[in-house]
Design a protein around this ligand. Structure first.
Ligand code: ATP
Length: 300
């Protein structure tokens, strides 16, 4: 039995390898079986009318779930997030096949601003803080889409500071002078100000020290369990993402090649070898791996 029947078979694409759950006696987590909050079904994305990047990607984020979208540089993770939050147009990209549903309603025609109002907020790769604004001013921009009273805005700010105490101490500093970790926290805090139900978090670990990465993922986990915010995390850092996610999808060349519960994925030999740099004989260099032979078997 596969972990969950989340991935709809797509014509003319290789079968997706669903990783078995229950390895080592682990039982599937309840959250994986919760009602879908977001469903991406067989989407194809083309840039500039000619560059085919996503070739039938399907995935599900259950209500209350933390789902990892894994894959190497250029696999199509950011493109998938952009398709969901409808940010493709600015990149001359289009969803040409498939559909996307959020809370059982089609959302491909909604603007990014309408999506934010419905609770879908993207935190873009590279944080994109306004360098000349203070940390607090950056946070306040996140409340722009909500018609909030002053009191509500202060309460929302205090909530962000409760999750990110570091930001409170840096509230009057210009964002451009804060560290990478603080900018990532500002970007997530700004998303929180919009009262999200689903955060699309693109490469939160990029360029950050391991300790800061752990700190940010701990906060993600807290926001998930205490505020009920669901997450779709695009990450190249497979090891960290699988530790914090409930479920994962692996993208290669614009296709989902494997999906499964995070724990089962982390124990899968191919995932260990290709994404975690480990094998049954211990840590292995990518140079020593017969990469293409193994990969062919994987995709067969
Ligand atoms: P990364 O971790 O580097 O962001 P990714 O998995 O997020 O990688 P994408 O950024 O989605 O991958 O890129 C997937 C493919 O689409 C790459 O080959 C990239 O060159 C191409 N691509 C991305 N944006 C555009 C664009 N605006 N126009 C044309 N091609 C693009």
């Amino acid at each position: 039995m596969s972990a969950t029947p989340t991935t709809t078979p797509i014509p003319n694409t290789p079968p997706v390898h669903s990783v078995q759950s229950g390895i080592g006696g682990a039982s599937p987590t309840e959250v994986v079986h919760a009602a879908p909050l977001l469903t991406v079904n067989g989407i194809e994305v083309i840039y500039n009318h000619v560059i085919l990047v996503l070739k039938g990607v399907s995935l599900v984020v259950p209500e209350g779930g933390v789902v990892a979208l894994l894959g190497a540089n250029g696999a199509g993770k950011t493109t998938t997030l952009r398709a969901i939050s409808n940010l493709l147009k600015g990149e001359r990209g289009d969803v040409t096949k498939g559909y996307i549903e959020y809370r059982e309603q089609r959302i491909e025609r909604l603007t990014p601003a309408e999506l934010v109002k419905r609770g879908v907020v993207q935190v873009m790769e590279g944080r994109h803080c306004f360098a000349h604004l203070t940390v607090e001013e950056n946070l306040l921009t996140g409340a722009y889409t909500r018609n909030m009273s002053r009191g509500d805005v202060s309460a929302a700010l205090e909530k962000v500071y409760a999750y990110f105490p570091r930001l409170k101490t840096r509230r009057t500093s210009q964002s451009g002078y804060t560290s990478g970790g603080e900018q990532q926290m500002t970007a997530v805090g700004r998303a929180l100000m919009a009262n999200p139900r689903l955060i699309l978090l693109d490469e939160p670990s990029m360029g950050l020290a391991p300790q800061i990465v752990e700190e940010i993922f701990e906060i993600v986990k807290d926001l998930n369990s205490r505020e009920g915010v669901s997450f779709l995390l695009a990450e190249q850092n497979t090891a960290v993402a699988l530790r914090y996610a409930d479920y994962g999808y692996i993208l290669e060349n614009g296709r989902v090649v494997m999906d499964g519960e995070a724990r089962a994925l982390g124990e899968n030999e191919d995932v260990k070898e290709f994404y975690l740099g480990l094998s049954s004989s211990g840590r292995k260099s990518f140079r020593d791996t017969k990469f293409y032979r193994r990969r062919k078997r994987w995709l067969a």
